[in-house]
Structures are given as C-alpha cells and as structure tokens.
Design a protein around this ligand. Structure first.
Ligand SMILES: Nc1nc2c(ncn2[C@@H]2O[C@H](COP(=O)(O)OP(=O)(O)OP(=O)(O)O)[C@@H](O)[C@H]2O)c(=O)[nH]1
Length: 397
C-alpha cells in the first residue's frame, strides 16, 4: 500500500496531534506499563555522565565489566561532541551551536541494554604521539568513529584518519573503523554523493598502497539535523552486540509469521535500534517508528501524575503496549520489551486491527525469547539493592 503523499514528519505531526487529543479524552490511558516507559525517559536525563544512573542489562556472553568503548575522533569542530550530545543526551540539534570546544577526553558511561562507553576526543589531541599509551585508548574492544566535516576542506582529516588506521591496524586489527561523513545537511544530493565517493576513494587508495586491502572501514553520511546519525549509530552499536544474529532471527520469525512490513527493536533511551528484521531499512518507516516512541513516552508523561480520581481499571500489564492505525490503514504497533527496549512494527495489512490479540500474543512470545537471550541481571541487581536498602533501614531502626 502506498505511503501518504505528505511528508512523513508532517503526517506524523498531524497524527500525533489527533492521537494526543483523543488520549486526553480517554481516562483509561494511564497504565503501569506506560509509566514504566516514562520512567525510562526520565532516566535519560539522569543517565548523562552519571555512572550510577542505571543498572544494566548485559548480554549473557560478556563479563559484567567488559564495556565496549566507542571512540569519537576527528579534527576540531567536526561535530563529535554534538553527535554524542544529540544521540545520548537528547540535546536538541540547534543547541549544539553553543557547545564549547572539548579540551580533554570526555568519558561517558552509557547504561542501557548493554553497558558501553563513549569517549569524545578533543580535535587537537595528538594521541599517536609516544606520550600516549595506545593500549589505554584502543585496548578495549569497540569502534573508532571518525567524524569528517563534509562542509569543510577534509583533506587534513582524511590524512590524519589514514595515519590513525595504519597505526591502529598494526596492534588492534579487530577494531571497527566507522567513518561519519558529517554535516551533510548543508550539501546538495549530488555534492553529497561526490564527497562520499571522493573520501572513500582517498582512504581505500591509501590503505591499499600500505598493504591493507580489506581494512574494516565503513562509511556513513550523517547529520544531527535528521535521523541519519541515529541510523549510523545503530549500525555501529549493532556490530558490538554479540547476540545480534540471534536477535535478527527472532525478529525475522516474528515479522514473517505476523506479516509485519518492518520491525525494529529500539533502545528507548537513545532511540538507536539495536536489531531489526533483515528486510531493507526504509528511512521513512524508521522515522515513523522512532517518532511513535516519543508519542508514547509523552502520553505516559502526561498521565504519570498521581490523581485521586484516577483508578486502575482491572489488572494492568507490566509493559506498555500501544498501536495506532493511520488513515491508509497502516498500523504501527509498539510493545515495551523490558526497561530498556521496545519493539515497534509497521503492519500494512488492513485486517491487522481485527487480529490485534494475535499480534500481541506473538509479540509477548518474542519478548520471552528476547529476555532469555539477555540476562536479567539488571533486575537481580535492583532486587539486591532494594533488599540491601531494606536491611539497612531495619538495622537503623
Ligand atoms: N550543519 C551542521 N552543523 C553541525 C552538525 N553537527 C555539528 N555541527 C556544528 O558543528 C560545530 C562544532 O561542533 P562540536 O560538536 O563542538 O565539534 P567537536 O568535533 O566536538 O569540536 P572539538 O571539541 O573542538 O573537537 C557546532 O557549531 C555544531 O552545531 C551537523 O550535522 N550539521
């Protein structure tokens, strides 16, 4: 079924407005589940650099303290801090105009479905000099994200990246090198493609001259003013998830059996998708799913305040669940999987609304499988902390 002829964002806006109005009218909207999503969002603001902000859901195969590290590198003013702030701290893109130049390495611990660190390097730092310990910087398995300002002269940046790759490859051949050709919002489509080709060509020529034919370098066109930087970060993070193929298989099975057009497993905090079915990613669809998370979180916030007249109508499900049917009968279906992740699917089948119960049931089955894949360590930790706090309180009494 074709998409509506309007821009997806405008369309979503109108739809959001309509849904919000009807949400206001409905008194049954406040569920425990929605509150739980709302708490997730509040956690975002706290998460920042606070290492204690959250406990974490750690994939089974990784020891608790093995935190993959993402290194954000590039020349000065290329946009590294802006990317980190927009993706991980929900900073509105316009506010990055006021960011000051980074003077020392900014280390940020992100606690979500998987713990990882983001290190933002000052552009002027000469980390390849002997005074720096390469092991300290590149020693932890992760990715090097090199940010190139595509609106500026990029030859220096490319040359420095090549030097970095050649050094890093000698000692850490396993490290993923991700090149963000950034600030492409200011470039025409044609110029954007030319810049992309030119940068890729320059880097691969130099690497093959140095004997590295298949260095693991990946390229992305990014901007903080659209979803491209989230999409790129999704791809970067996915490479660090040990269970990715299992997750993809599970999502494929669910999507095929339920006739979903596209399904994403989102990290609610950052709105990075950590896995999806293996059909090609459609940006409009991704944007719509991502926006829908905002709608649900916003609605949850509206109804999260205690109100004496509000009473739960019967048993509440643990996790948030919501769907919306758009005017072209496309359904967006969202189900919270655990405190960090939610599953958002696009269903273009007019019969979907009659089979909502079946869809929910299949998503719950997927949820069980997902929680088998990931350990429930964050819940255990929470329980342990609550027990310790209770013990401390009773000892004090
Ligand atoms: N047009 C456009 N501007 C961007 C984008 N990303 C960042 N900027 C702007 O680029 C400028 C520099 O951004 P920063 O994030 O401070 O750059 P940085 O790489 O951290 O700089 P140093 O800390 O000096 O190394 C800011 O004015 C941002 O608003 C983008 O995607 N598009």
């Amino acid at each position: 079924m074709p998409w509506p002829a309007v821009e997806p964002s405008q369309f979503i806006e109108r739809e959001i407005e309509r849904r919000l109005m009807s949400a206001y009218r409905s008194s049954s909207l406040k569920t425990e589940a929605q509150l739980s999503l709302e708490l997730n969002l509040q956690g975002t603001h706290q998460v920042g650099s606070s290492a204690q902000a959250r406990t974490s859901l750690v994939p089974n195969t990784q020891p608790r303290d093995a935190k993959p590290r993402l290194l954000l590198m590039g020349l000065r003013r290329s946009g590294k801090s802006s990317i980190a702030s927009v993706v991980f701290h929900k900073m509105p893109p316009n506010e990055t105009l006021f960011l000051e130049s980074t003077t020392r390495i900014q280390k940020d611990s992100i606690h979500s479905f998987m713990d990882f660190q983001v290190w933002d390097f000052p552009g002027q730092l000469e980390y390849l000099e002997p005074s720096f310990d390469l092991e300290d910087i590149f020693g932890s398995l992760g990715a090097l994200v090199w940010v190139i300002d595509a609106q500026d002269d990029y030859l220096d940046s490319v040359a420095r990246l090549n030097r970095t790759i050649l050094t890093v490859q000698q000692y850490y051949p396993g490290i993923n090198i991700e090149v963000f050709i950034h600030k492409v919002d200011g470039l025409s489509d044609e110029y954007r493609q030319d810049t992309f080709q030119d940068i890729v060509q320059r880097i691969s020529d130099e690497l093959s001259d140095a004997g590295y034919e298949n260095a693991p370098v990946h390229y992305y066109l990014t901007s903080i003013y659209d979803y491209s930087v989230f999409e790129a970060f999704s791809k970067v993070i996915q490479k660090l998830i040990p269970n990715l193929s299992t997750l993809e298989n599970l999502i494929n099975t669910l999507a095929n059996n339920c006739g979903f057009e596209k399904t994403y497993l989102f990290d609610v905090l950052s709105k990075i998708y950590i896995a999806s079915d293996t059909r090609p990613v459609d940006m409009a669809c991704y944007e719509m799913c991502s926006d829908y998370i905002d709608v649900i979180v916003d609605i949850s916030e509206l109804y999260s305040w205690d109100h004496s007249l509000r009473k739960p109508k019967g048993d509440q499900v643990q996790e948030a669940e919501s769907h919306v049917v758009l005017h072209d009968e496309t359904m967006i279906h969202l189900m919270e999987m655990n405190k960090y992740l939610c599953l958002v699917s696009v269903i273009r089948n007019p019969e979907a609304k009659e089979k909502k119960g079946l869809i929910d049931m299949n998503c719950r089955t997927f949820q069980d499988a997902l929680n088998d894949v990931f350990s429930r360590s964050w819940e255990q930790e929470q329980e342990e902390r609550a027990a310790a706090a209770a013990a401390a309180t009773s000892a004090a009494e």
